[in-house]
Write a protein that binds this ligand. Structure first.
Ligand code: ADP
Length: 746
């Protein structure tokens, strides 16, 4: 048979195997996108193999078939490079693959159609073959570039191994395609044969999850070549030198052969062992004694009670043996719903500490809890079963930047995971190392359990302490409120009795004068004038009490358009005389800058009037009161009422907003409506708060403290919405923004 005959048979075999691969993929159930892309690739490969065969087997086919085959080969090679590029984009999870596939296949289809068309009409009119050839070269380069990029950007060894695998596959397929594009005559049929190697590797890569360790395989080949070549060189050297020796000493050839055999047998074995050790040392790095390391390790951790320290020790033990730059312990805790939280305790490298929640139905949970074998990040991202785990879990693990997780078990359950980052060498963890790490993880179980118990106890202790503190402050608060209630009885009787006594006195006088018949017009005027003051006072106290009683059941409001400036004018007006008498200056600022508001005007006047009356009462003669308004955002504005008065101590700042609570000596009571330190029934601030909160606002006080000598002053803050509404205040005080649990009102 002629040469081309052999090549033709080889080409036919290549075509048949391509077909088999195509069929295997075709009949697989539940194909994923990448399997479909690989199927398309193998389909095009078949057509391409056929075209190459047509082009080269002139002896079998008609000239028109041969010509068409030849013309179509470049465009078909182009479809292959598009197919391969799509596969790679999918393997590397680049989201733009559909665009790439559509554009590439369209371009290839146009070229194919044009080639066929011109083949019939006028051959060679346009250099379509060159265009297809160039497109093929460009796309092939792009595919190799993508793979190279994937290879250099992935941190994790298994991912890099995957990219390397595809790169080798690509070399075979590309070389196969390139051969058919060169003017080699029947030798072009070798192309599909070489392509076949790549196609088989491609099908394998699609069908199986764990790929062979490419670097390891390459290293094994290198090791073999090195040993083979050095041994050959040694043997050759020995034979040659013995030959020289024979000619010099003139020995019979039988003796020489026996001497050679004996000499080589003596030297070869130790030499070979030495070579093997040398190569292993050069290629696989240093060795260590696992038993010694484990003994030292278990001794170190046997008394360890601190989680952080334990994490550092275990990761450092690993770091002594392997070059790693990241490592942590992930502490596992069962959640109430039956899931798992993994809380990272960093030991080496910058590691995020957000706990990872694993759902009860997650395949990750089953894998971690039920299987006592290491989990690789590669599996989390690539394994068909684990890929079904919730996105959040996979991203949480990915953010840790680890390569391997080794389960640590205690009392049968999962206590945690030893998480280790990729090795600096870029190699995947070898089975020998993984076995050692599993033993290390097993040994950590008891120590981890102890450290967790201690950490739990400490946490419990801290909780108890906080609870105690809360209890104490709650008790203090209750005590103060209780005192306020008792005080109230005294205050109320005092507040009510004083005006009543005055009224009784004047009515007695009136009665007496009426009986003696000496009542003049002037006297009547004076007595009614004197009567009306205690009556007004009584009225005010009773009104305040009624308002206060509404605080529990809820005040009713009538919201209507108004202005802050108008409200303030009416709130200040009644106090003008008092301000004058006590020589207190009251200044207002920014009231006009607040746009019109919607509120219950009467209630707001009442609330601000209470604040102003307090400011007057607790500021010494000649002091200052400042009322200032400023917009906060689109929804809220703030009004502050500050004075230069005696101030309020931190413990009272909250309590003064409680009903009947008042600071200081109750004996000073009823020293007047606006006298310095004159008390009231302790209802002004609770009512003010009821009004402000009823508008969807909030109120609180700031003061450096209580000091009658230095008068540090107080500032009452009122935040109100421009449009009053029924509901809690949505505005947050700056110090509350950090913790959402704080109370709104003072
Ligand atoms: P009262 O009717 O006693 O004024 P409030 O509820 O208005 O009751 O105030 C309660 C207590 O808060 C007052 O007794 C006083 O001790 C304190 N207080 C209120 N405003 C001020 C202020 N501007 N400066 C100092 N202390 C104040």
């Amino acid at each position: 048979m002629e040469t081309w005959g052999y090549i033709a048979i080889a080409g036919l075999a290549a075509g048949l195997i391509h077909l088999t691969l195509f069929l295997i993929l075709l009949f697989r159930r539940g194909k994923e996108a990448q399997e479909k892309a690989a199927l398309a690739y193998l389909g095009f490969s078949l057509v391409w193999v056929a075209a190459v065969a047509f082009a080269n087997l002139e002896a079998i086919f008609l000239p028109v078939v041969t010509e068409t085959g030849r013309a179509l080969t470049p465009a078909l090679a182009l479809t292959l490079s598009v197919g391969y590029l799509t596969c790679i984009a999918l393997f590397l999870e680049y989201p733009f693959w559909p665009l790439l596939a559509t554009a590439g296949y369209t371009w290839a289809a146009v070229l194919l159609a044009a080639t066929l068309f011109f083949q019939v009409l006028s051959p060679q009119a346009i250099p379509l073959e060159q265009v297809a050839g160039f497109s093929w070269a460009a796309l092939t380069l792009a595919a190799v570039g993508l793979l190279g990029y994937g290879l250099f950007t992935s941190r994790l060894a298994f991912h890099r191994n995957r990219a390397l695998y595809w790169l080798l596959t690509a070399s075979a397929t590309t070389a196969g395609q390139a051969l058919t594009l060169l003017p080699l005559g029947p030798l072009q049929l070798v192309g599909p044969l070489i392509h076949l190697a790549g196609a088989i590797a491609l099908a394998r890569g699609v069908l199986t999850f764990w790929l062979p360790n490419v670097k390891g395989a390459l290293r094994a080949i290198l090791r073999f070549l090195f040993l083979f070549l050095t041994t050959a060189a040694l043997l050759l050297g020995a034979v040659l030198s013995l030959e020289q020796l024979t000619s010099l000493l003139a020995l019979p050839s039988e003796t020489v052969v026996v001497l050679l055999a004996l000499g080589l047998a003596l030297v070869y074995l130790p030499l070979y062992q030495f070579l093997v050790r040398l190569v292993d040392r050069l290629l696989t790095g240093i060795g260590f004694d696992p038993a010694q390391v484990l003994r030292d390790y278990s001794q170190t951790i046997s008394t360890m009670m601190d989680l952080e320290q334990l994490a550092r020790t275990v990761v450092q033990t690993v770091a002594q043996i392997l070059e790693i730059q990241r490592g942590a312990l992930l502490i596992a805790n069962e959640t109430e719903r039956g899931g798992l939280t993994l809380r990272p305790v960093p030991a080496l490298g910058e590691i995020p500490i957000e706990p990872i929640e694993v759902e009860p139905i997650s395949p990750l949970l089953v894998r971690l809890k039920e299987e006592d074998r290491p989990l690789f990040q590669y599996e989390v991202e690539m394994h068909p079963v684990l890929r079904a785990a919730p996105q959040r879990e996979r991203e949480g693990l990915r953010a840790l930047g680890m390569e391997i997780y080794l389960p640590i078990r205690a009392e049968g359950g999962l206590a945690g995971l030893l998480a280790l980052g990729p090795q600096k060498t870029g190699e995947p963890y070898s089975p020998r190392i993984v076995e050692f790490l599993m033993t290390l993880a097993h040994q950590t179980g008891v120590a981890l359990q102890n450290a967790r118990l201690v950490a739990g106890l400490q946490e419990l202790n801290e909780q108890m302490r906080r609870l105690n503190e809360d209890l104490r402050s709650a008790y203090e608060r209750l005590e103060r409120l209780d005192r306020a209630k008792t005080d109230f009885l005294n205050i109320a009787s005092h507040e009510l009795r004083t005006p009543l006594t005055q009224i009784r006195g004047y009515t007695d006088i009136l009665n007496e004068l009426a009986h003696t018949g000496t009542l003049t017009q002037d006297q009547i005027a004076r007595i009614t004038e004197n009567l009306s003051r205690p009556v007004r006072r009584l009225e005010r106290i009773i009104n305040a009490m009624m308002d206060a009683s509404l605080l529990e059941t809820g005040m009713s409001f009538r919201f209507a358009p108004t202005t802050l400036a108008g409200v303030m004018r009416m709130a200040i007006e009644p106090w003008q005389e008092a301000l004058k008498e006590r020589r207190i200056t009251l200044t207002t600022r920014g009231l006009e800058d607040i746009p019109p508001i919607r509120a219950d005007m009467d209630r707001l006047i009442q609330a601000f009037s209470n604040l102003i009356s307090n400011a007057i009462k607790f500021t010494p003669d000649g002091g200052r009161i400042t009322i200032e308004a400023r917009p906060l955002d689109e929804e809220y504005f703030e009004v502050t009422v500050s004075d230069t008065g005696i101030g309020i101590s931190p413990i009272d700042r909250e309590l003064i907003f409680e009903k009947f609570y008042r600071v200081g000596n109750i004996d000073l009571h009823s020293s007047g409506d606006y006298k310095f330190k004159g008390g009231g029934p302790g209802l002004g601030l609770p009512i003010a708060r009821g009004v402000i909160e009823g508008h969807g606002g909030c109120i609180w006080v700031e003061s450096p403290g209580y000091d009658e000598e230095r008068c540090p002053g107080s500032t009452f803050h009122v935040v109100l919405p421009y449009h009053a509404y029924r509901g809690p205040c949505r505005w947050k005080r700056p110090e509350e923004r950090g913790n959402d649990t704080g109370q709104q009102s003072g």
